[in-house]
Design a protein around this ligand. Structure first.
Ligand SMILES: [Zn+2]
Length: 392
């Protein structure tokens, strides 16, 4: 190596050191510029630890400093909505949408959030318009359709609920034929109330084809036939429901009795009930048998039957029926004790729930096709009001 080159080595080393130092300084500067406000992490930390109150305080303070952070606005709006401060959530999301710099994805997200705010505030028309706009823009279609389905059910607009449910299935959502069958039954109920029996029949037929295992279309058809005094058809339909959904027999056992009596088939009815009772110790079948014995034979025999059955399967409704049979036998005027007992048992049965949602546990005294608690269709099942000894 020539000598002068050796002399240059320290200079090269120094310039290399200087260049490296400069590059490190630049990197540090870049990092400093990109540094995220520590408050942001503090806020996130509160969120992770499920302390939304503190998180909101932090984010609100940050918002004044850094109002350009779209994601944070979205998160904040959502937090306000969850806290029930819908007005504030709406303001945040409306401001966000007004920004021209939003990407189409961010705008869709903000529209979705605003739609949810409106739903929360009960402004369903506005929410519907936003979700429809999203669908028209091919954005967040599944969620928008799902929200529209909730809105239309709330508004009892069953035809629209039916349409959006069909669209949800078309775009790959899970089968919702059970819900669709209920919407058709709702349309049938409205048609019946308005005296459009033919329309009702068509809706019920479609409801039955939509969900062949469903109880409701059969039961409504049976009720319609009974109203039209077509006892044979009504009975055939009730028997089908009894076979497919025996736990619900309490809903229609009296109607079945009416059909049998109207057609003079009391004996066949009693035999049918007894055969069913052999297979299934149902409280309502037991009561129907007691009623039938009382009607066709005599009160003593009915009371004996009830006494025996209640000893094996005690139930409040059974005791009440027993008291009333005794009251009937003894006539009026001399039965103060039994009347007091009857009133007492009545007050106890008044507070009993007959149905419970197997999804959320909500209990009701009458059968609701849609659970009033979780708004799911077809989840109410008869409760065991006798400690499970009956197979209801
Ligand atoms: Zn429920």
């Amino acid at each position: 190596m020539p000598e002068f080159l050796i002399l240059l080595l320290p200079i090269a080393a120094a310039s290399g050191w200087w260049a490296a130092k400069r590059s490190v300084r630049k990197e540090r500067e870049k990092l400093r510029n990109a540094e995220i406000d520590p408050a942001y992490f503090r806020g996130l930390n509160y969120l992770v630890n499920e302390q939304p109150d503190k998180a909101i305080d932090v984010f609100v303070r940050m918002l004044e400093v850094n109002s350009e952070t779209v994601e944070m606005h979205l998160a904040l709006g959502s937090l306000f909505r969850r806290r029930g401060e819908t007005d504030r959530a709406i303001r945040i999301h409306q401001n966000l949408i007004a920004r021209p710099t939003l990407s189409s994805e961010q705008r869709s997200q903000a529209l979705m959030e605003l739609g949810l705010d409106y739903m929360n505030a009960g402004l369903l028309d506005r929410a519907e318009a936003l979700f429809s706009e999203l669908i028209d823009n091919n954005a967040l279609i599944n969620t928008s359709l799902g929200n529209l389905k909730i809105i239309y059910q709330h508004e009892k607009d069953w035809q629209k609920a039916l349409d959006v449910t069909r669209r949800l299935e078309e775009i790959g959502e899970e089968d919702q034929s059970g819900d669709r069958s209920h919407f058709l039954c709702e349309l049938a109920d409205i048609a019946l109330q308005e005296g459009r029996d033919e329309d009702a029949k068509n809706y019920l037929k479609e409801a039955g084809e939509t969900a062949p295992e469903a109880m409701r279309p059969l039961l409504t058809q049976a009720t319609l036939s009974l109203q039209q005094q077509d006892y044979t058809t009504a009975l055939r339909l009730y028997q089908r429901v009894a076979e497919t959904h025996p736990a619900f027999i309490g809903e229609f056992v009296n109607q079945m009795a009416e059909c049998h009596r109207a057609t003079g088939q009391e004996q066949a009815w009693l035999e049918w009930l007894k055969a069913l009772y052999q297979r299934r110790r149902s409280l309502y079948v037991m009561l129907a048998i007691a009623d039938e014995i009382e009607h066709s034979e005599d009160g003593d025999e009915a009371i004996r039957f009830l006494n025996d059955e209640l000893a094996a399967n005690p139930s409040l409704l059974g005791v009440q029926r027993l008291i009333r049979m005794r009251l009937t036998q003894q006539g009026s005027g001399k039965t103060t004790f039994l009347e007091t007992l009857d009133a007492l048992v009545q007050s106890m049965t008044d507070t009993q729930s007959a149905y419970q949602c197997h999804r959320c546990g909500f209990t009701t005294r009458t059968l609701h096709w849609q659970c009033p608690g979780c708004r799911t269709w077809g989840t109410m099942l008869p409760t065991s009001e006798n400690n499970g000894r009956y197979s209801e």
